[in-house]
Design a protein around this ligand. Structure first.
Ligand code: ASP
Ligand code: MG
Length: 426
């Protein structure tokens, strides 16, 4: 039996009962003969509460101190979990990210892992311990300061440790039974997926699916680590995410499902640059201004110019949290661009259909648009990749649109099997 990395999210360890329940599950894995490394998130909404607290003290807390504060959340849960395991008669030791050898760059709040040197974890395992590691944190290589990996970063910690320790699997325990064909909070008839390719999972994560972080899937794909997403509440088998379909998941020859799922995202806003002169170089100046402000954008649409005016409109979407910064950057660049005005709209939502089978099945796009039309949903922007179609609509239309598309592609389950066990969705 090999080494497994298990990651438990905040809702799985929300209170003392949760911690004790998780401790039992960890001990089971150990009793089954595995070496067990556990990555744990902060209890319940602790991270949000710490952020609220920081904002009450200072409107713009310093990155270094902010990270120091946030990592406290995971330290609480790791120590309590180790105590609970010891109470069950098994040996456990907890480690901060830094002690576990998670080395990052020095970008506070969204640090990237650059190396993992888990010497102390190896030693702890060799001595027969269960190793508990605080997720979402590391230490910067040059300044030796404590860093955090960005919201939801514990998943990335888990996969990074799994890769460094050559684990046979990285199990991500959450408050739903796996990856569903749509967000079970929106679509009651969403179906649990047994296996999904890393490729499709990456696209779902990029399109707003929150069950796994994009960065974590990217990491797992690069190091070829299979992920098993499952619930810590039910004990049911969950969803396997891997580059190749594992043998346990049935016939290798059978074709993949055409559509993996429907994702939605209401965290973006749309900016329209109105009245841009239709001549070479304008788009370059606009997006240079946005890039210099370190803002990542998503979809871009440029309309044809009206012949009479020679002016065109360019729209793009970006995270709502970056809206103010983008508008300021464009206002500053206005002289060099010469547009007429800017429009900002944060009442939009994005719906995406994902599946590698799209490449070879004509008609998917037509059926997608038909479903939206039947649901009376107006489309504002469209973008596609080889394995995804996304549209922007009014935010209010999103739940209905997701359900309509889910039904139209035959993804509805017969039963309402999608259970959400915990979490406030905060
Ligand atoms: N506690 C951190 C957060 O809430 C990290 C995590 O949960 O993965 O974002
Ligand atoms: Mg969390």
């Amino acid at each position: 039996m090999g080494l497994v990395v298990q990651k438990y999210g905040g809702s799985s360890v929300a209170d003392a009962e949760g911690i004790k329940r998780v401790a039992k599950r960890i001990v089971e894995a150990k009793k089954n003969g595995h070496q067990v490394v556990v990555v744990v998130s902060a209890m319940g909404d602790t991270t949000d509460e710490l952020i609220d607290l920081a904002e009450q003290v200072s409107p713009m807390p310093a990155g270094r101190e902010f990270d120091m504060l946030l990592t406290a959340g995971e330290r609480i849960s790791m120590a309590l979990l180790a105590m609970a395991i010891k109470n069950l008669g098994h040996e456990a030791q907890s480690f901060t990210g830094s002690q576990a050898g998670v080395i990052t760059d020095s970008v506070h709040n969204k640090a990237r892992i650059i190396d993992v040197t888990p010497g102390r974890i190896r030693t702890a395992l060799d001595e027969g311990n269960i190793a508990i590691v605080a997720g979402f944190q590391g230490v910067s290589q040059d300044k030796k300061d404590i860093t955090t990996l960005g919201r939801g970063g514990s998943d990335t910690t888990a996969v990074a440790l799994a890769a460094a320790l050559h684990a046979e699997v990285c199990e991500i325990y959450t408050d739903v039974d796996g990856v569903f064909t749509a967000d079970p909070r929106v679509v009651k008839k969403a179906r649990k997926i047994d296996w999904i390719s890393s490729e499709d999972m990456l696209e779902l994560a990029a399109s707003g699916s929150k069950v796994l972080l994009h960065r974590c899937v990217e990491y797992a794909r690069r190091y070829d680590i299979p992920i098993h997403v499952r619930s810590s509440f039910s004990g049911l088998p969950g969803t396997w995410v891997s580059n190749e379909k594992p043998e346990s998941q049935g016939d290798q020859q059978v074709e993949h499902a055409i559509i993996s799922g429907v994702a939605h995202d209401v965290s973006e806003a749309k900016i329209t640059v109105v009245g841009v002169p239709d001549k070479p170089g304008e788009a370059a100046v606009i997006f240079r201004a946005i890039a210099d402000a370190e803002i990542n954008i998503d979809m871009i649409v440029q309309n044809v110019s009206a012949a009479s005016t020679g002016l065109t409109d360019i729209s793009f979407t970006l995270p709502k949290t970056e809206g103010r910064k983008a508008i300021d950057a464009l206002e500053r660049a206005k002289g060099g661009i010469g547009f007429e005005s800017l429009r900002y709209d944060d009442q939009i939502g994005k719906i995406s259909l994902v599946g590698a089978g799209m490449k070879t099945n004509p008609g998917v796009t037509a059926s997608f648009f038909q479903a939206l039309s039947d649901a009376g949903v107006n489309i504002e922007l469209i973008s596609t990749s080889e394995i995804r179609i996304s549209v922007v609509t009014r935010q209010d239309d999103v739940p209905g649109a997701v359900r309509a598309v889910h039904s139209a592609f035959g993804l509805d389950s017969d039963s309402d099997e999608a259970v959400v066990y915990g979490g406030t969705g905060r």
